[in-house]
Design a protein around this ligand. Structure first.
Ligand code: GRF
Length: 199
C-alpha cells in the first residue's frame, strides 16, 4: 500500500478529492496533509476526513528556503510517505528538496503545459484567445511546472469567460484528473492519461 502525503496552501479542494479517491482496492492511502499555512482551510477538511495533518509556517523562515524545507521534512519523514502530491501548494521548492523526492512527487497545474507555466494561467489563456484550456499533472523536477507530464484534461473556453469562470471549469477538471493520475502512479504506471472532455 503506497503512503501518500499531500501538500496544500489553501482550501485543499484537490486534496479532498485525492483523499476521497484512496479507498477500497486503490493501491494508496493518505497518511499526511501538510500545509505551509497553519490557517489553511484544507487542514480542517483533512482532519474531518480522518487524515493526520501538520503545518509548517513558512513566514518565520523569511528567505531561508532551506530552513523551511528542513522543517517540512520532519512530518514528511515521520509519515514515511512514498508519494508526495502537491495540490494547490504555493511555495517554490529548492532543487535540493525536489531531488530528494524526484520521481515520487506530483503536482497539478491549472494549464495545458507546456503552455502557461507560472501564475495567472487563466487570464493568460483568455488574453491569447485560446479555444481550450485545462490542467496538467506532472512529475516535479527542478524546472518550475516542467517535468514529465502524467496527465491532462482539457476544457473549452466559452464566450464571455472571465479568469474566474474559466478557473472554476478547470478546477472541476482537476478534481477528475488528479485522482485518476494518482491511482495510475501509485500502481507504478506512468503512462500519460488524457481525460476525455467532461460530460
Ligand atoms: C487552484 O487554483 C488550482 O487550480 C490549483 O491550486 C489552486 C487551489 O486548489 N491547483 P485547491 O482547491 O487548494 O486544491
Amino acid at each position: 500500500m503506497k503512503r501518500v502525503a499531500i501538500l496544500i496552501s489553501g482550501g485543499g479542494s484537490n486534496m479532498v478529492k485525492l483523499v476521497e479517491s484512496m479507498t477500497g482496492d486503490h493501491p494508496a492511502r493518505p497518511v499526511l496533509v501538510l500545509s505551509n499555512d497553519p490557517e489553511a482551510a484544507g487542514l480542517s477538511r483533512a482532519a474531518a476526513l480522518g487524515v493526520p495533518t501538520a503545518a509548517v509556517d513558512h513566514r518565520p523562515f523569511g528567505r531561508d528556503r532551506a530552513g523551511f524545507e528542513a522543517a517540512l521534512l520532519e512530518p514528511l519523514e515521520a509519515a514515511a510517505s512514498d508519494l508526495i502530491c502537491l495540490a494547490g501548494f504555493m511555495r517554490i521548492l529548492t532543487p535540493g528538496f525536489v531531488a530528494r523526492f524526484q520521481g515520487r512527487m506530483l503536482n497539478i497545474h491549472p494549464s495545458l503545459l507546456p503552455n502557461y507555466p507560472g501564475l495567472d494561467t487563466h487570464a493568460r489563456a483568455l488574453a491569447a484567445g485560446d479555444a481550450a484550456a485545462g490542467c496538467t499533472v506532472h512529475e516535479v523536477t527542478t524546472e518550475l511546472d516542467g517535468g514529465p507530464i502524467l496527465g491532462q484534461a482539457r476544457v473549452p473556453v466559452l464566450p464571455g469567460d472571465t479568469p474566474e469562470t474559466l478557473a472554476a471549469r478547470v478546477l472541476k477538471a482537476e478534481h477528475r484528473l488528479y485522482p485518476a493520475v494518482l491511482r495510475r502512479a501509485a500502481s507504478g504506471d506512468r503512462t500519460r492519461l488524457d481525460l476525455p472532455a467532461s460530460p
